[in-house]
Write a protein that binds this ligand. Structure first.
Ligand code: F42
Length: 145
């Protein structure tokens, strides 16, 4: 079992702690928005350590849509590179935990379809895309068979 290294960002680390320690009953929304959050456990592409990344919950059937927005920052988040290097993740959604595999969606029609679902789930993604010149990456997480 790899070592877990918590996020250096206080609010992110605290959300993960509350989410996990309550068994997915508390800390499950983004602050006051009331919109649901999932926790994606991924593997550091350099350290091999476990990283736990809260993301907004957006679903397509039994799959999850992961949006590497970081608030419209100019650079991709580190977890983007972790998922590219190791697509095997765990996703906690409330009290449920799933083993999943992710793939980046590059096909433009499929990306557009998933982007619209994601923006419906969390409208600020639209503004984040306006803020940055990078095309915000999208992953689809599917249950590991
Ligand atoms: N971020 C999003 O991009 N999309 C969302 O929908 C989203 C929702 C959300 C909801 C709640 C919440 O609390 C946070 C939310 N965030 C969302 C923020 C998200 O959880 C991440 O904090 C954010 O995307 C930044 O991700 P990051 O992977 O860039 O995190 C940084 C701060 C970080 O943890 N950096 C680590 C560090 O120590 O600086 C590195 C972690 C790492 O993986 N290191 C690699 C390794 O091998 O271990 C090597 C890194 C390298 O050098 O290449």
């Amino acid at each position: 079992m790899s070592e877990y290294i918590p996020s250096p960002r206080d609010w992110v680390r605290e959300q993960v702690e509350l989410y996990e320690s309550s068994g997915g009953k508390e800390g499950t929304t983004l602050r006051e928005t009331g919109l649901p959050v999932i926790i994606v456990t991924n593997t550091g592409n350099k350290t091999g350590a476990l990283r736990k990344t809260p993301l907004m919950k957006a679903v397509d059937g039994s799959n999850y849509i992961l949006v590497a927005s970081t608030g419209g920052a100019p650079k991709h988040p580190v977890w983007y590179f972790n998922l590219k290097a190791n697509p095997s993740v765990k996703i906690q959604d409330g009290s449920d935990i799933y083993d999943m595999n992710v793939k980046e969606i590059t096909d433009s029609d499929e990306r557009k379809r998933l982007w619209e679902i994601a923006v419906d789930a969390y409208p600020p993604y639209h503004e984040y895309q306006q803020k940055t010149t990078r095309v915000i990456p999208i992953f689809l997480a599917e249950p590991a068979s």
